[in-house]
Design a protein around this ligand. Structure first.
Ligand code: ATP
Length: 422
């Protein structure tokens, strides 16, 4: 990346979609700066989707005024003094420039208004601690107090001070994200600090949802998973999250790849792969992440059942109905993990492409119409006929009905014999 002049940056800023409406609307407001990933992306010559603004002053009033000028609304704000302005074709996040104090490792920081310089000093890495002024004649002026451009050029992820990972251990996961997504490397001192923080298991002090929000994005992009997890293991970050986790890069990448084949969620399948060595041990940790209940259950089941399914499906030639019975109760993520653990592809592909779509042409109503009294026997008979159909032993409505009635008769006879014996 070559050095970028203010003139050059001004031009790049002017190419941000929607900026032609935003810049005039900032007139007369307190000093406003583009910050965070948008600055990084702009310097790297990439398009940035987010417009994150830092306001040196009252961000909420600025947001209200901006919304008024842009014919938009202010949506939400939090204890960090942030607000989002939604205007037609434009979404802008505003936050007051602030400094932070961490009452204890892993806790949320206490914040107070501060200068831009102090706001940049509270950030995670030098490549994220830059700002571009958007106001008046300052437009395009880069603030880069920690050598962000130098590190962007060299491909380096560097913390700003030696307590950084202690203050906020989620930065360990963020470091993995920038290393892998940008193809960068931790600088040696940052890596030493990361290993040290991981060895002290500081991530255990962070709330589950904050871990989740930094971990799941790492597991979303298939091509990034192997490197992210290799580094996670090298630095001891997996164990730092929980001793029962194992970052097996190949397994997680295979599970994410298999997720595409079976229609499962990539990140949930990769997460289940992290837990698959010791699902019981990691159950509590999984609960703490506070995923939505169906997602949590899918991960838990995939981690627990994936290996069993791989073993059972690998035993030998199974009938289609046996494959169906094994796989039908499982979430797709369990199939993904099973595939990653070596389950026969043919059986799972057959289930996904064919068996799971097989339906009977008859229903319980047809049995009732044929004189069968309503009882659980009807469900049992239909399930038995579905198995026959899966195995190719019945086909067409008439055969299905005859087979179902035969099943009901058999069951009634068995029940009758049971009754006689009493
Ligand atoms: P992405 O392109 O992944 O969205 P981003 O850099 O915009 O990258 P965000 O998570 O949106 O990432 O964070 C925005 C900015 O807020 C970061 O660039 C960084 O300056 C700051 N930041 C976010 N999380 C932390 C943190 N845990 N500690 C310090 N600074 C942080």
């Amino acid at each position: 990346m070559r050095r970028v002049s203010t003139e050059d940056l001004r031009e790049r800023v002017r190419r941000i979609p929607g900026i032609e409406r935003l810049l005039p609307a900032l007139d007369g407001l307190p000093p406003v700066y583009l910050v965070g990933g948008a600055v990084r992306d702009l310097l790297l010559g990439e398009r940035s989707l987010d417009i994150d603004l830092a306001v040196e002053g009252d961000a909420r009033s600025a947001a209200r005024e901006l919304a008024r000028r842009l014919d938009g609304d202010v949506v939400g704000h939090d204890r960090f003094g942030t607000a989002t302005v939604h205007a037609p074709d434009l979404r802008v996040d505003l936050a007051m420039t602030r400094k932070e104090r961490y009452p204890r490792p892993g806790a949320l920081p206490e914040v107070e208004p501060a200068t831009l310089a102090e706001d940049l000093a509270r950030r995670d890495f030098s490549i994220n601690a830059m700002a571009i002024a958007l106001h008046g004649d300052e437009l395009g002026h880069l603030h880069d107090p920690f050598g962000g451009v130098r590190d962007l050029t060299a491909g380096i992820v560097r913390v700003l001070h030696e307590r950084s990972f202690v203050d906020d251990p989620t930065r360990l996961l963020r470091a993995l994200r920038y290393e892998t997504r940008l193809g960068f490397q931790l600088d040696p001192e940052t890596e030493r600090l990361a290993r040290e923080a991981a060895a002290r298991s500081l991530l255990r002090l962070v709330s589950g949802p904050r871990v989740r929000d930094e971990l799941l994005p790492l597991l979303e992009e298939i091509e990034l998973i192997p490197r992210a997890l290799r580094r996670m293991r090298e630095l001891g970050i997996d164990r730092s999250l929980h001793p029962a986790l194992t970052a097996d890069p190949q397994l997680a990448a295979d599970a994410a790849l298999a997720a595409n084949v079976v229609g499962a969620s990539r990140r949930l399948s990769a997460l289940a792969a992290l837990l698959a060595r010791d699902p019981e041990g990691a159950r509590e940790w999984l609960d703490e992440l506070a995923l939505r209940a169906p997602e949590r259950d899918a991960v838990e089941r995939a981690a627990r059942r994936g290996r069993q399914l791989a073993t059972l499906l690998g035993i030998g030639e199974l009938r289609p109905s046996q494959i169906y019975e094994l796989l039908a109760p499982e979430p797709p993520e369990a199939l993904a993990v099973a595939l990653a653990l070596g389950a026969p592809q043919r059986a799972i592909a057959d289930y996904v492409n064919r068996l799971r779509h097989v339906r009977l042409e008859i229903s319980g109503r047809d049995l009732v119409a044929a004189g069968v009294p309503e009882s659980p026997l009807i469900g049992q008979a239909l399930r038995a006929v579905l198995r026959m159909k899966l195995d190719g032993r019945v086909s067409g409505r008439d055969e299905e009905l005859a087979a179902a009635l035969a099943e009901v008769r058999l069951a009634e006879e068995a029940a009758g014999r049971g009754g006689d014996a009493k």
